[in-house]
Ligand binder design. Structure first.
Ligand SMILES: N[C@@H](CCC(=O)N[C@@H](CS)C(=O)NCC(=O)O)C(=O)O
Length: 212
């Protein structure tokens, strides 16, 4: 059964914040439902019913259908709100770079968290777990540095703001953290700061990082 608006399932500070920020800037009506995803219980059970991977974000569309994968959601929201300035249009010269970095963020960078956050899911020995954490942390830093080198600023797409900047903002809160970005990726650090200062995102910021 549809509710007439998009319903975002998430957890504060998680990747759901990327989609929440995208929805906030889109002007589309939406609601959020924050679930306890890390501890066993009915909320985590609900998440697994919606997404067999047990990951947020999950987006329930107005017709009641369920979507997973943040990049798919971002592209879907952009389709629904093409005038919101969240991505260069199909014929814009900046479009290929938008697609490239969007896929890079979810296919190269995000999995370093998937495999590094809880290595005990994948390997048994403590030594192997420590190694898996270390190599995924190193791969992530390499990926961020590649982006840093590949962009001109002030935004991910130069003069064109886009949803890519929202990924940078949210993910800059995660390992290796804001201080590392300031030290090694100053362009990305400035993007994160500029997005954080956007008054249209004040509610998203307060909901996801209440102490910040
Ligand atoms: N490819 C997914 C990755 C989503 C993901 O890894 N989400 C994390 C939170 S940031 C999660 O739900 N982790 C919980 C778990 O793995 O148990 C996307 O882009 O949406």
């Amino acid at each position: 059964m549809g509710t007439g608006r998009h319903r975002l399932i998430g957890n504060p500070g998680c990747g759901s914040a990327i989609v929440e920020a995208t929805l906030a800037l889109s002007g589309l009506p939406y609601e959020t439902e924050m679930l306890e995803i890390w501890q066993p219980g009915p909320e985590r059970d609900r998440l697994f019913q919606l997404n067999p991977l047990g990951q947020v974000p999950v987006l329930i569309l107005p017709d009641g259908s369920v979507m997973t994968e943040s990049a798919a959601m971002v592209l879907h929201v952009i389709d629904q709100a093409p005038a919101a300035g969240l991505a260069p249009g199909p014929t814009d010269p900046a479009r290929p770079a938008f697609l490239r970095w969007l896929i890079f963020l979810v296919a190269t960078l995000y999995p370093t968290f998937t495999y590094g956050d809880d290595p005990s899911r994948y390997v048994n020995e403590q030594e192997a777990r420590d190694e898996l954490r270390a190599v995924t942390d190193a791969e992530r830093q390499r990926a961020w540095r590649q982006i840093e080198t590949g962009i001109a600023g002030p935004w991910m797409l130069g003069e064109t703001r886009s949803a890519l900047d929202l990924y940078v903002w949210v993910m800059s809160h995660w390992r290796p953290g804001r201080d590392w970005f300031s030290a090694y990726c100053p362009k990305l650090s400035r993007i994160a700061d500029a997005v954080a200062a956007d008054p249209r995102l004040a509610a998203v910021k307060a909901a996801n990082w209440p102490a910040a």
